[in-house]
Design a protein around this ligand. Sequence first.
Ligand SMILES: Nc1nc2c(ncn2[C@@H]2O[C@H](COP(=O)(O)OP(=O)(O)OP(=O)(O)O)[C@@H](O)[C@H]2O)c(=O)[nH]1
Ligand SMILES: [Mg+2]
Length: 553
Amino acid sequence: MAKSKFEYVKSFETEDKLDPGHWIVIALHCQNYDRLCKVHGFKRPNDLRFTQLMEASAKSVMEDFKELVMGYGFLGEFNFVFPKSSSLYKRRGPKLLTNLCSLMASSSVHIWPCYFRSVSLCCPPVIEGAIHLFPDDQSLRDYMTQRQLTCHHHNLFNTVFWALVLKVGLSPEDATILLNGKREGEQNEILFSKCNINYNTEDDVFKKGSIILRTTIQMAVTTPNGLTAQRNQSRVITMYTDFIKDNFWKEIFILEQHTKVNAKTNYLKDFERKPKLLPHSWVVVRIDGKGFHKFSERHNFSKPNDNRSIELMNKAALEVMQKFPDIVLSYGQSDEYSFVIDRYSKMMDRRGNKIMSNIVSLFAATYVYNWHNVFGNTTLEYSPAFDARVVLYPNNSCLCDYLSWRQADCHINNMYNTCFWMLVQVGNKSRKEAEERLRGTFAKDKRAILLSDFGLDYDVEDAMYRKGTVMFRQNPRGIGAASSQLAASKLEHLSGNSQGNISSKATSIEKEEGHCITVVTEHTDMIGDQFWTQRPWILGLEQCAKPLDNFYD
Ligand SMILES: Nc1nc2c(ncn2[C@@H]2O[C@H](COP(=O)(O)OP(=O)(O)OP(=O)(O)O)[C@@H](O)[C@H]2O)c(=O)[nH]1
Ligand SMILES: [Mg+2]
């Protein structure tokens, strides 16, 4: 298919491969766990429904990503382990991280009703992820042990705290004062003497957390000729046992290297990969649906464009823009969305993995959350995953070229797909024949086919299909109109290029009064200067008061 002149921006993308030969642990944390507890009235200190929801979501992650060898979680946390030898996605860190993050989020929304039944999900979970690399077996074992000790400390504290509040009748403030600075032994003692509870008899699922392992079991299967044969089948199982003792690492999850019990785990924090994004660069987070070709077939998306799918993507993007105010613009087409974060943003301390994982998990969770509002009775057959990457652009012109690249891609694909499906659906051609007819054709040829064979003027096709969806914030100071006209006229003067009538169509304006955020949704051209000269605040030009001949830096 034809390529656009903007393709060069692709060279700014990096692969961020993780070092070979290391264990990869993707650690996920539910960011809004406390809020989920409060708004859904979770039982204290633990709600088995939520634990089971997290286990089931983690299992579906392990079913989808067969290379994962172990998962471990408690409360709102889940860790997933890829083996040292894994070459999944060529060990591209962001791809591994964001796929797991988004699937965990979308799956927990998807299967929420199985565990919470009449309690509707009020706000989708947001999952933040981190990548840890462990060069040897001892550090992996120490990390898992440390997470289990953290589980134990949290659970003991929560068990005592809530017993004091719910059984003894202390106020939360008094319980906090009573427990302040108390060590493990003292907490146990308080639990026993004041609340008549022996911590040892509490459920292992809460004391030890959930370990999910992949095992191979032998299954009896019936062959086509009616005989019974034994086949190996990979199964994902859950157990509640100790990482701390030798037994687990010598008998259940056998490590190659010799390891021992080690109480000193402080050194582990340096194994987290925490790349910081360069300051003053534009940050683009682009998400893309995983296997959406299959997903669209499975859910009978109409071809070439399905309005419901576009609406769902747009709803998810809007939610992301509302949650993260430093996103100045987003652009979506097909199964992808790009989010542009202000170049001077200090969002999440410019930690790339945090930013990507928060955005992609909120997007995926919202996509599933809104599924039935948009798709009605069409059942969501499985939870979708999205990957995300972060790309830095050093100046305005590269950023604008990036967005032009995505929009040109939308145009090229949509024109091809429109022609292809007209030939198949209306012209009764086979897919192969349609492919052959379009091979080597240029845009003008496709326009001609549409017009001559089907009486269709491509330019009157819905702009939403031809141009994709652009969302941006209204000028926060409300002075955009005057200054943008000024910018437009000066640029016109400088370039000697008349812009003509500005004709973008605002299809909806979403107002979030609570946040005082106004996001405008349009299906308009970002290719060329007009879009930017009319809305200079998106590039921060009013605030920076840069000379206009530096419009693109
Ligand atoms: N029928 C239909 N299909 C769509 C629509 N939007 C997206 N798709 C499908 O989603 C695919 C997106 O392309 P890709 O992202 O390259 O393909 P993918 O299958 O998601 O593969 P990966 O992204 O590599 O995992 C398209 O090729 C379509 O098959 C739509 O509105 N209607
Ligand atoms: Mg895709």
